[in-house]
Design a protein. Structure first.
Length: 416
């Protein structure tokens, strides 16, 4: 079966790759409605409800909001880790020379937003949130790009994918090194021991994803006890899932395939619903808050500025081909400014004070919406007016981040 083209429609009007992003928009709007309705108090009360998992006296107890942030997002980072590993082994980042340009672009796309945020919020005492505008929501960004259909050249789409993947790796490192306040050494040593078990499983090429998840749960608990964000445990587990087992099958591909619908249509919407609601009562007072301005301008201005500058500088120094012209690169840089769930996640780590949740969400909303709209306008006028692929040509079987089932089947058949 031939893979459908990237502009195949869902329900007759929406490109399939845009469905997860559209769902997130709907969930965010729903959260806004609920927070500002008579159910708002019940919504907040539910998120503040504490419960424990595990044996009495020795289990892990957190509020529901923190279970979502620490447990569900660990599964999200497990999926992102699988994506990162696949890209580094056989995808856009497998060739060091070809990967260098998007790596430089991603670095610029993280540094410039952080500097802009710091200029607005750092001197006001809110510098801890510097990484909020540095993140990109891969699903949302590629969903926005898919609205342009096959007018987008494959090189430009691959460039955005590679930049977003490196961006996520940067976000993972930022969470690990900058949002860990206190580390308990005894639990850290236990986490190292559990990680060693995972490495042995990898060396033995064990194929059972359930076994990796089970050991990952133990790693999650000891990392939580250590004080390190347990979401990092998801990345460690993903890094140990083998690309090939002894029989030649790919546990990594199978795990990525199995977790994709749960992440895109379960975990991310739940996180968005729990974190995207803003009470409009008094929200106007936060429109000029340093966090709001820093996050919004960091995403909307910093992302295209940093990505565009570093892409041109890197291409000049390496004498490499650019993935598009100036306007196209700026347009892709704008779309990379759609932070949404990733930016909200970093914001929740940076500021635990509920009062600061409003300016964080306002800034992320404003920056992401402006980035998406400006990026679409720029690309609409700068891309070719006709399809970039020849009739009958399909997407690269190494595929973008989001695929419908028929596309995944085609990818499996195309493997050697």
């Amino acid at each position: 079966m031939a893979a459908p083209s990237s502009d195949q429609k869902f329900l007759g009007f929406l490109p399939q790759e845009a469905v997860p992003g559209a769902l997130l928009v709907f969930i965010a709007a729903l959260a806004m409605v609920v927070v500002n309705s008579p159910w708002g108090a019940a919504y907040q009360s539910t998120l503040s409800t504490s419960f424990s998992i595990g044996p009495t006296g020795g289990g892990v107890e957190m509020k529901l909001a923190y279970w979502i942030k620490n447990a569900l997002m660990a599964l999200f980072f497990f999926f992102v880790g699988l994506e990162l590993k696949r890209e580094m082994l056989e995808g856009q980042l497998s060739n060091p020379k070809a990967a260098l340009l998007p790596v430089l672009a991603a670095a610029g796309g993280m540094a410039a937003p952080a500097l802009i945020y710091g200029a607005f919020a750092g001197s006001a005492g809110f510098g801890k949130g510097w990484a909020i505008p540095a993140a990109t929501d891969i699903a949302f960004a590629l969903g926005v790009l898919s609205l342009l259909g096959n007018r987008v050249p494959p090189a430009l789409k691959a460039f955005l994918l590679a930049v977003a993947v490196v961006d996520d790796l940067g976000a993972i490192l930022i969470v690990a090194f900058f949002y860990t306040e206190q580390v308990l050494s005894q639990y850290l040593f236990m986490a190292v021991g559990v990680s060693a078990v995972l490495l042995v499983m990898n060396r033995l090429k064990l194929a059972s994803i359930g076994l990796y998840v089970l050991v990952g749960m133990v790693l999650w608990v000891v990392m939580y006890r250590s004080g390190i964000s347990p979401t990092i445990g998801g990345v460690i587990v993903a890094a140990c899932v083998p690309l090939k087992d002894k029989a030649g099958h790919s546990p990594l591909h199978e795990a990525e395939h199995a977790f994709r619908p749960w992440v895109l249509f379960g975990i991310m919407p739940v996180f968005a619903f729990a974190n995207a609601g803003i009470s409009l009562d008094g929200a106007s007072a936060y429109l000029t808050h340093p966090i709001t301005l820093g996050a919004a301008l960091g995403l909307a201005v910093g992302k295209p500025l940093g990505i565009g500058l570093m892409t041109y500088l890197g291409a000049m120094l390496m004498r490499a081909n650019k993935p598009g012209n100036l306007m196209q690169i700026i347009g892709v840089g704008c779309i990379a400014g759609v932070g949404f769930t990733m930016s909200l996640f970093v914001g929740a780590l940076a500021f635990t004070d509920p009062v600061l949740a409003t300016p964080v969400r306002l800034g992320v909303y404003a920056g992401s919406i402006v980035s998406a709209l400006v990026g679409l306008v720029i690309l609409t006028y700068s891309l070719p007016k006709t399809a970039s692929m020849l009739p009958g040509e399909t997407e690269d079987p190494t595929r973008p981040f989001i695929l419908a089932e028929p596309q995944y089947e085609a990818y499996e058949k195309a493997k050697p």
